[in-house]
Design a protein around this ligand. Structure first.
Ligand code: FAD
Ligand code: NAP
Length: 318
């Protein structure tokens, strides 16, 4: 028990929500401890083009922005630890958190554990993960120079990944299960240009049924495509497939500990204070773990700020 680390505030997560909460909490002299999790910097580390972070007129990479947030938090004396929490006890006071490396106690906790990529759920997807199946174009795009590849999805991530990969790949098949895209208009316009250039081929109303390959990795995709009332099966020869079909909130460790809504942590919401308060007083949540609608860096940072202010108010009321 002697090596349990106690803090007034513990922040779980090092994405925009976690770092913003850390900056606000440390400027309130609460000496927060931020636990990074397995993905330091969070989801933005997977993109090299951020164009909508206010004040940064020229696009910046995700790692650049997250590096700046990290330095900003350190400047105000946030303590940062590389660890991942796998068990929590929110019934005890102080709250108890068990990590892979250490145990921690805290008077207040801010959960900013974000989200992880969603997979199609195919057996073959698991077999070829890292051998042609990827969820990160920025990480793996370079390996597909002059190759034919596929991207699955119809949201902002899928279109951004396709545009980014068009810098490397010879041809990209963009496979989407509907005909309408969720992605922003500006991205769709850029996509149209790559379709005209014959860099991108659209496969709409299409579902990936299987990923085939051999010892060298992925070699083709089996697609079920619906044309009017008819369904046909087609095979596309490719050497890599990027799955970009959304994200699942990282909330497994909070099941039965906090109230949830479809896997997202329930917070009080509303504009009358305590916006980020969860079902347990003293535990706050911010960012993509509470938000299935907006899921942006700026909205995550905003709720991270609110969580720090809510937590500060809670601590001073004790
Ligand atoms: P995340 O960024 O998901 O960070 C979660 C953090 O929690 C990670 O550090 C992780 O290690 C940590 N963690 C998880 N589990 C634990 C645990 N058990 N213990 C401790 N720590 C844990 N948004 C924009 O506004 N503009 C963009 O241009 C943009 N581009 C994007 C491009 C891509 C490819 C993707 C995937 C998303 C993009 N987004 C963009 C969305 C944006 O990245 C997210 O909305 C934002 O990162 C969410 O921030 P967050 O802090 O809530 O969580
Ligand atoms: P998303 O908006 O949820 O879109 C997921 C896409 O994948 C949808 O087109 C969906 O199809 C499809 N899909 C979901 N499950 C599927 C399945 N099992 N099989 C086949 N297709 C499936 O996710 P996202 O694109 O990852 O974006 C996540 C959040 O991050 C969004 O809020 C987005 O705005 C944000 N983001 C922002 C930027 C930016 O600002 N530039 C960049 C990237 C991400 P349907 O359309 O049919 O549902």
């Amino acid at each position: 028990m002697s090596d349990i680390k106690h803090s007034k505030i513990i922040i779980l997560g090092s994405g925009p929500a976690g770092y913003t909460a850390a900056i606000y909490a440390s400027r309130a002299n609460l000496y927060p401890l931020l636990i990074t999790g397995k993905n330091p910097g969070g989801q933005l580390m997977n993109t090299n083009e951020i164009e909508n972070w206010p004040g940064d007129i020229n696009k910046i990479s995700g790692s650049e922005l997250m590096n700046r947030m990290n330095k900003h938090a350190i400047k105000f004396k946030t303590k940062i630890i590389s660890d991942t929490i796998n068990l929590v006890n929110f019934k005890k006071k102080p709250f108890l958190l068990s990590g892979e490396k250490y145990q921690y106690t805290a008077d207040s906790v801010i959960i900013a554990t974000g989200a992880n990529p969603r997979y199609l759920g195919l057996k073959s997807e698991k077999i070829f993960k890292g051998k042609g199946v990827s969820t990160c174009a920025v990480c793996d795009g370079f390996f597909y120079k002059d190759k034919e590849i596929a991207v699955v999805g119809g949201g902002n991530t899928a279109i951004e990944e396709t545009l980014y990969l068009s810098n490397f790949a010879k041809k990209i098949y963009l496979i989407h299960r509907r005909t309408n895209f969720r992605a922003e208009k500006i991205l769709i316009d850029r996509l149209q240009k790559q379709i005209k250039n014959k860099k991108v081929v659209l496969c709409l109303n299409s579902i990936v049924k299987n990923i085939l390959g051999d010892l060298s990795g992925v070699t083709s995709l089996v697609i079920e495509q619906k044309i009017f009332e008819e369904t046909r099966e087609i095979i596309i020869n490719i050497s890599g497939v990027f799955i970009a079909i959304g994200y699942i909130p990282n909330t497994n460790i909070f099941i039965n500990k906090l109230e949830m809504n479809n896997g997202y942590i329930k917070v009080m919401n509303g504009m009358h204070g305590s916006f980020t308060q969860t079902s347990v007083p003293g535990i706050f949540a911010a960012g993509d773990v509470i938000d299935h609608v907006y899921r942006q860096a700026i909205t995550s940072s905003s709720s991270g700020c609110m969580a720090a202010l809510d937590s500060e108010r809670y601590l001073s009321s004790l």
